[in-house]
Design a protein around this ligand. Structure first.
Ligand SMILES: *Cc1c(COP(=O)(O)O)cnc(C)c1O
Length: 377
């Protein structure tokens, strides 16, 4: 493949000397669980998100689940409560909700932004929701004045799935004084899965919050429910961030502005150069900081998608589909498949993700655009 969809080795090559030095530092430190490396990374992430508490954990799914479990322990949510979530999300959003004993309230996204909107929240509130999980899908912040108003009016708990949106900035503040994705609500979850805008060299994630009580509970829950050594106040889990991954992430998080800026340039290059009338380009955010372009997702009519993907592949362009089967259509969620979610169903048949990572040069994006422009069924 001349233009692979994703080349993780190429992404990390830019940092390789620092990563090797970081790995050596951890190896020589003798500290392989918790400690300074993790503290240091937590501080950096908290600063980036303008939030007082950031807690590195094992992965994004665990981060989401820990927040929800902490909200239940704190008495802000109860088992069985409904959580509004856009149905076109990645399955991990739903897994966290159901693992915590909560009920997903699936709503269609806005077809333009492909994200949760005030309309979706309104539908969920009418179904009795107590919480909402905005998923900032593809790196686009799902938060605005109308959504905040609705959250305040219905006194909803807000748990963000910010796995795809590190560094993105909303158009308005959240319920605390931060406008950063992941720090808009009562708790936000990040993933540092290797493909994310900031990727670890393995699994990693984090919880960000403004709420001291939630922070304390999450921290304890992630460490066997222990608030101090051999003292267990909850039936917790082992969901800690490794110092090795923390060291890798502390290096890469310093490059976040550069990574996101380069992705934004690549998205802009696609926007200016893709001119094939069969291809619907993603909606341009009002302010560029509202989207960090985790994915560049175009749409093509269902009947032509497979042919388009094969054509691109023959011409050396790798693609992916995020996601071909929505969670409510998965075997593990039998019983949810009958919910009417026409926009979600349609998007699943039309979306195609193009290469967008920050190491790709503008010329590469222009070449891919030209290949796309020559596609005809
Ligand atoms: C990646 C991702 C997750 C899960 O994160 P992991 O670190 O892989 O557990 C959750 N939600 C969304 C939207 C994601 O993209």
């Amino acid at each position: 493949m001349k233009y692979p969809f994703l080349d993780l080795a190429a992404i990390n090559r830019r940092y390789s000397e620092q990563l090797i030095a970081g790995a050596r530092r951890v190896i020589e430190s003798g500290q392989y669980i918790a400690g300074q490396e993790v503290k240091h990374f937590n501080l950096k992430l908290g600063n980036l998100c303008k939030a007082p508490y950031a807690i590195g954990v094992s992965n994004g799914l665990d981060a989401l689940r820990l927040i929800l479990e902490a909200l239940i322990i704190a008495g802000r949510l109860r088992k069985g409560d409904g959580v509004i979530v856009a149905a076109n999300t990645y399955i991990a959003s739903l897994l966290a909700i159901t693992h915590a004993g909560l009920q997903p309230i699936l709503v269609d996204p806005d077809p333009t932004t492909m994200n949760l909107s005030a309309t979706g929240i309104k539908q969920g509130v009418a179904m009795g929701a107590k919480a909402v999980m905005p998923v900032h899908l593809y790196g686009r912040v799902a938060w605005n004045d109308a959504m905040r108003q609705m959250v305040e009016d219905a006194a909803l708990i807000v748990v963000e799935d910010a796995a795809q949106s590190i560094g993105a900035k909303a158009c308005c503040e959240g319920i605390y004084h931060s406008d950063m994705a992941g720090a808009l609500g009562h708790g936000g979850a990040f993933s540092f899965y290797p493909t994310k805008n900031i990727g670890a060299l393995g699994d990693a994630g984090a919880v960000v919050t403004h709420d001291e009580e939630i922070a304390q509970i999450v921290k304890a829950l992630a460490n066997y429910g222990s608030d101090h050594r051999y003292h267990n106040i909850y039936q917790g889990f082992n969901c800690r961030l490794d110092p090795m991954q923390a060291a890798m992430l502390s290096i890469k998080i310093d490059g976040i502005d550069n990574e996101n800026r380069r992705r934004t340039i690549n998205a802009e290059t696609y926007r200016q150069n893709i001119a094939n009338p069969l291809i619907v380009k993603p909606f341009q955010p009002q302010e560029s900081h509202e989207m960090v372009w985790h994915q560049y997702v175009v749409r093509i009519e269902k009947g032509m998608r497979q042919q388009f993907i094969e054509y691109l592949s023959l011409n050396g362009v790798g693609t992916d589909i995020h996601y071909p089967t929505p969670p409510h259509r998965q075997a593990c969620y039998q019983g949810l498949e009958h919910i009417a979610l026409p926009i979600t169903e349609q998007l699943a048949t039309e979306v195609v993700s193009l290469p967008i990572a920050g190491h790709l040069e503008k010329e590469t994006i222009m070449e891919i655009s030209e290949i796309i422009n020559r596609f005809k069924p």
